[in-house]
Design a protein around this ligand. Sequence first.
Ligand code: DGJ
Length: 716
Amino acid sequence: MTGTGQVIHLQGGRCSVVLDARATGLPVVVYWGPALGETDPGALEALCEAATPPVPHSAPDSPGWLSLLPQHSEGYAGLPGLEGHRGEGGAWAFRFEPTELAMPEGSTLVVDAADADAGLALRSELSISEAGMLRMRHVLRNDGRTPYAVQALRCCLPLPAHASELLDLTGRWCLERQPQRHPLVQGSWRRDSRRGRTGHDATLGLLAGTPGFGFRHGQVWAAHVAWSGNHQTFAERLPDGTGMLGGGELILPGEIRLAPGEEYAAPWLCAAYSSDGIDGISAVFHDWLRARDGHPRSPRPVVLNTWEAVYFDHDLDRLRALADEAARIGVERFVLDDGWFRGRRDDTAGLGDWFVDETTWPQGLHPLVEHVTGLGMQFGLWVEPEMVNPDSDLYRAHPDWVLAASGRLPPSWRHQQVLDLANPDAFGYVLERLDALLDEYAIAFLKWDHNRDLVDAGHDGRPGVHAQTLATYRLLDELRRRHPGLEIESCASGGARVDLGILERTDRVWASDSNDALDRQAIQRWTGVFLPPELIGAHVGPPRSHTTGRVHDSSFRAATALFGHAGIEWDITGADESELADLSGWIEFYKRHRGLLHTGRLVHADHPDPAALVHGVVASDGTEALFAYVQLASGSTQVPGPLRLPGLVPGTAYRVRAVHPGGQPRAVQRAAPPWMSGEDLLLSGRMLAHAGLRVPVLAPEQALLLHLVGGPSSAM
Ligand code: DGJ
């Protein structure tokens, strides 16, 4: 950071932000882009001058800047930073003047501002991490004598004219985070999520970049809203050329009503800049996540989750046999999924009754937990604490504990409703139940599910999503406080709650209910743009996928689940010896390489053939790497073009070896490339990046894994 007191330069990683605070009004964001290096005050002032836009005809008489909180009172006609009012439409217009500008740490700027006439005070925080993660948020306080209704409080950052293409993600159950691209033309592109949870279709981030930007090339600016409730992410280009990228909570009508003295803290906007394509954005997000105190650092244990193995058929002997088989092949964490609590024989009843079912489990979960831990595995348990089935003792006793608009229940969804956790009694009940279970059993891990959207979700006659999101965060925080070391997975019908808000208090996400390896390749690829592999649950399912019916070889399923926090979702008591041998070989390989997979740099090639994907993880010191060449469909050429591997150290010599944990991929060719049957290849990172190497003609839905070990180039 270089601060002049008037022009402020925040710099972190390969990114700079410059704010001009010399004039009256809120500081304006003059620049967000590549790092500017050391700058003296004179140079910063010159930058502000150079960046000052001309004043055109038929426009406000002063230059159109984007301030920290764009306001109509500045002449700004785009999406404003704050929308709100008091009473019959008062204080809807405001002009904030800074009262204090502080830099408590070199990389953090805090601006306090107020509009005394409107009775509003604003605190804006902007900080940049060593990795280059730019975090921004606003906190609004009502200093007036009457309530103030907040409709929107958004964070906005400027986009240059050459950021003219957008990439965002959409999706659905079993196919989360699918990319879509289009030009950023005049107008706004808004991704709104009104699902009350993050959403299967939510964009995990919005990326703007130079035309055609790829994983390894192009300038890219990206933003993510760290919030698990309703939210919006947007990009806008105004007719005067102003560009903007931002986001915030999507506040329902009347939802945030500040009493005098009360404040509203908007969620953090996490933003990053990259000069080297999407992989550069991933590097910033991954480094930032990995630097957090709470980031999981112990080796990510191999999981077996019982859902697709037994569904609701909870039978102690069957589960013990499954655990025996799991332990035999090297599983380290056994997770009992849905179906263990009172009245839960299918998905129509029981949610809310968080007592072990006495009929199915006459001795409680003890025999299973002891069996699992006796085998040396951790025990994990599924819960869905925010939900209730109308067919439950809890609902029969407290029908008023449901989030509902007055006088009617929201539409039923998977036969369930949402518990109003902003109701202290409901909150206290759920906390006590979970706490008691965690006290009674040796539970190392909770799979925390959330299987419906929040629609028509009222609390005390007002929309209840905001309060519910905060209450869920409180519940998670309190349980973690009471049970240090407990790990939690964020699951929501698969990957409908994946965001940095929930990840502040959970240890991984369940990326999707689809274990179909082909669909998983895309789901994990795009989830991985923002989340490092160790936070993404990825399991090997049975040969025929339960959700798509597609059949995949074990090698493809194994190669796909390897690039995440790996596990199994399969009744392996029915697997044959060769399948079990493949699985245990794969587990052994995962254990040997998870150190690399979970700390290295995730890289993707911009491969020319759309029928194939190339991704890998390169150790942070460049000494080792693991790559996957994935044949999604039949290639358009008879033999695939050379496989070029990005992200290696140019001058390092790498010994390249094809590895086959989980079995050999199927190829359709008369002869494999000669290197595959000869001595290990020794090639420099530069050669691998530019000349590449030939790969077999893989059949569709196959993957080839390459392990690279680097040494000094003199070894060549
Ligand atoms: C949805 C989850 O995504 C599944 O993995 C499973 O836990 C079911 N819920 C259980 O009801």
